[in-house]
Design a protein around this ligand. Structure first.
Ligand SMILES: [Zn+2]
Length: 160
């Protein structure tokens, strides 16, 4: 199994799984924020727009509880959960990253997220913007080319 390592933004330490405590011994290390995306968007087109605005999903077991023995009794403590809003959750907590990285359902790409979460209109707007940006780039390229051609034409004249 590959050993995952992070670098703490607070204390600068390079650390591995389980070595969560930062220099002060109380708080956890803080790492580069990472965005997680899930695709469990509301799919009913008639209510989609309305539901999207308030969509929240609680993901349990991030991190899972740990087992402690109290005499002969087993107790599970410290289970955490995170809240995805509109299928997105960003965290700089290495423990949450470690457990979310193990769950493919929460590691969707931006393109997959767009596809699941954007309404048909939003998708069309984005495509429209991309088309316009593409057109503008073509115009810019053509203008640049034209000005180069004109410069080349001018140069022999300027040499006289
Ligand atoms: Zn640290």
């Amino acid at each position: 199994m590959a050993t995952k390592r992070w670098k703490c933004l607070e204390c600068g330490k390079d650390f591995g799984v389980g070595e969560w405590a930062c220099a002060d011994g109380v708080s956890n290390h803080v790492v580069e924020p990472k965005m997680y995306r899930s695709l469990d968007a509301p799919s009913d087109p008639s209510t989609k727009d309305q539901e999207m605005k308030h969509a929240q999903t609680v993901v349990c077991n991030i991190p899972p509880p740990t087992k402690v023995m109290e005499g002969d009794d087993v107790r599970w403590i410290g289970e955490g959960s995170v809240v995805f809003i509109r299928g997105m959750f960003s965290t700089s907590d290495p423990i949450q990253q470690y457990w979310l990285d193990k769950r493919p359902a929460y590691n969707a790409s931006q393109a997959e997220w767009n596809n699941a979460w954007l309404t048909q209109n939003q998708k069309l707007e984005i495509r429209d913007m991309e088309l316009k940006a593409g057109e503008q780039k073509l115009i810019n390229d053509r203008n640049e080319l034209l000005s180069k051609v004109q410069q080349n034409k001018r140069e022999p004249v300027a040499a006289h």
